[in-house]
Design a protein around this ligand. Structure first.
Ligand SMILES: NC(=O)c1ccc[n+]([C@@H]2O[C@H](COP(=O)([O-])OP(=O)(O)OC[C@H]3O[C@@H](n4cnc5c(N)ncnc54)[C@H](O)[C@@H]3O)[C@@H](O)[C@H]2O)c1
Length: 299
């Protein structure tokens, strides 16, 4: 099995970014998504993102061109067979991920690494549905993947040293700094990030402050590059909700999603990906606070 061919399953916010960094690092990337047309759309977003890096002088034109040619859209999941490393980046839902890991286990070679980009679901649980739990590992990239330099690596109970070594090597080939976490709910990054976002939402919901002031407070008083509400819009408010719910299941009430967040997800206000969340978004930039949200808060 050649160590040049990687698969990314799920071509949403994260999958596209992971496919892009893998392609930039010179790997051939098979990109698959369960929704017809989504992987093709993902490839188009990757091509735009590569062009943007070239325009900003952050990537050579030749590297961008060959990276664009390294991504292959797969029409069926079976095309991941033959890849030495598979990164799963589908929706943060337990049953869907368990089901996918079972399928990947049937399709992939006995030595292929199955890495999950899950934000909160235990790696040991995903590994338990496969015949080779020693090959399963957490590789939790940060959003936006092409720009964020860190990646969290999580070993499950049975993850082998060989799998860990291959994953650290790949993270470095992607020019990412690996950060280790053990397989506990939310790992490290979301265990500390999610309470911040959830509390920011409570503050707005209770009327203690406004969306802008909460985000400006984080930016100008805490020196965060982005406020927690804008960040949740970037993550996807549905994804924030899924992550909080999974951690709540393990660690209890203090991670219960704020009811405003639950309302937003129900209303389809998912953030950047739908164009409206806490803010209205155009070209990946927040324009103004979402009037629909303000109306709801005044009711
Ligand atoms: N958004 C973030 O900031 C962020 C950061 C780190 C990790 N993550 C994690 O990455 C994963 C993906 O998150 P996202 O934000 O990219 O979500 P997303 O909703 O943007 O994309 C998920 C994609 O997976 C596809 N999908 C769903 N079920 C599938 C299946 N069974 N087979 C193939 N494709 C399927 C969907 O069609 C969609 O295109 C989640 O586990 C999430 O927790 C997200």
């Amino acid at each position: 099995m050649t160590e040049r061919k990687i698969a990314v399953v799920g071509a949403g916010t994260m999958g596209r970014g992971i496919a892009q960094v893998a392609a930039q690092a010179g790997f051939q990337v098979v990109l698959y998504d369960g929704v017809p047309g989504a992987a093709q759309k993902g490839l188009e977003v990757i091509q735009k993102s590569l062009q943007k890096l070239v325009d900003k002088g952050e990537l050579e034109k030749g590297v961008a061109e060959s990276a664009g040619k390294n991504v292959f859209v797969a029409d069926v999941l079976d095309e991941v067979a033959g890849c030495f490393f598979i990164v799963e980046a589908i929706t943060e839902q337990r049953e869907q991920k368990r089901d996918l890991f079972q399928k990947l286990d049937q399709l992939c070679g006995a030595s292929a690494v199955l890495a999950s980009n899950t934000s909160s679901i235990p790696i040991t649980e995903l590994a338990s549905v496969t015949r080779h739990p020693e090959n399963v590992i957490g590789m939790h990239f940060m959003n936006p993947v092409p720009l964020m330099p860190g990646v969290e690596i999580i070993k499950g109970l049975k993850t082998s040293e060989e799998t860990y070594r291959k994953t650290i090597k790949l993270a470095k080939q992607f020019s990412k700094q690996p950060v280790y976490s053990s397989d506990k709910a939310g790992f490290v990054i979301n265990r500390i990030l999610m309470p911040l976002i959830n509390e920011a939402i409570h503050v707005v919901e209770e009327g203690t402050s406004t969306v802008e002031d909460v985000d400006n407070g984080a930016k100008y008083c805490l020196h965060h590059p982005l406020g927690p509400l804008a960040l949740s819009d970037v993550i996807g408010n549905d994804t924030t909700h899924h992550i909080l719910s999974v951690i709540e299941g393990e660690l209890g009430e203090r991670f219960k999603p704020a009811s405003l967040l639950t309302w937003m997800v129900g209303a389809g206000l998912l953030g950047n990906k739908t164009g409206a969340g806490f803010y209205l978004w155009v070209d990946n930039k927040p324009q103004q606070v979402n009037g629909q949200l303000l109306k709801y808060l005044k009711q």
